[in-house]
Ligand binder design. Sequence first.
Ligand SMILES: *[C@@H]1O[C@H](CO)[C@@H](O)[C@H](O)[C@H]1NC(C)=O
Length: 325
Amino acid sequence: MGKAEGRNQTLIMEFILLGFGNGPEPQPLLFLLFLVIYVVTMTGNSLIVGLVAADQHLHTPMYYLLGNLSFLEIGYSSTYLPRLLASLLTGDRAISIKGCIVQLYFFGILITAESLLLSAMSYDRYLAICHPLRYAALMNGRVCCQLVVGCWICSFLLCSVVNISLFQLTFCDSKEIDHFFCDFTPLIKLSCGDTQTLELVTFVSAATGTFVSSLLTLTSYVCIITTILRIPSTTGRKKAFSTCSSHLIVLTVFYVTLITVYVVPTANTPKVLHKIFSVFYTVLTPMLNPVIYCLRNKDVKESLRKALLKLIAFSNSLRGFKDSL
Ligand SMILES: *[C@@H]1O[C@H](CO)[C@@H](O)[C@H](O)[C@H]1NC(C)=O
């Protein structure tokens, strides 16, 4: 028997994304906060995509993977942040049902690809650190390309299965989505059809996506850390360890919050907690990744320095050109 039994059957055409408050008034402070976050995320990640594309020294599998990660993060921040910014500024929180599902679709593909790509990156580091002599043979441009394409195809397939069924749902329960973007769990709660099969399918694909990639990542890092602990020099060990531990912190936060939100049965998790956890993997990960993975790295710093010098030389020559006119 449908959930709609006994309720009035007015079909809903649009949703209200409640976001971080209950009233429809603009929230300028939150707007500023998220604007800063968006600008920082876009700048950091675009910088990395640009550097990886432009600098010959960064044309290696590790940086290709990092470039792809940044590219993904630009994409998935852009699936929900512009919409959130607009509604924080104007107070208009309505979103059409189609718009909502499309947002969820792109967000899903990109975040799944991100979690797979992170495990591909940890596999790359595992090969480099634990099998340095065989690294060049095991990881080259072709393998790297296959990994990247594999991540995209897997996430596309996993999310498409879920999303095709989402389009067939009808909504008649309530208009209000208690979240800051269209996410699966809050959306499914508003449906008046039978959602059990869909929930099962989603559970299986989310669990496969997140468990497999987090296990791969974890295994790689366990091997990396055991290798590091065998380094004889203390300074070498400390340096390698500090890099790895910062990666591990971001990865742990990303995977733990992702699994808590999508895999652990959500019926009993308070909504506020759901929202807070979502902030971690949607907002913090894409903002911090460029800093953690790249901007502390010697090669990237060097490449950035050269790019800046070129930019200064270029603007000086432009000025010289203008003066000579
Ligand atoms: C993504 O990876 C592919 C394959 O390795 C590479 O050719 C491409 O340049 C990368 N993209 C970015 C934006 O770094």
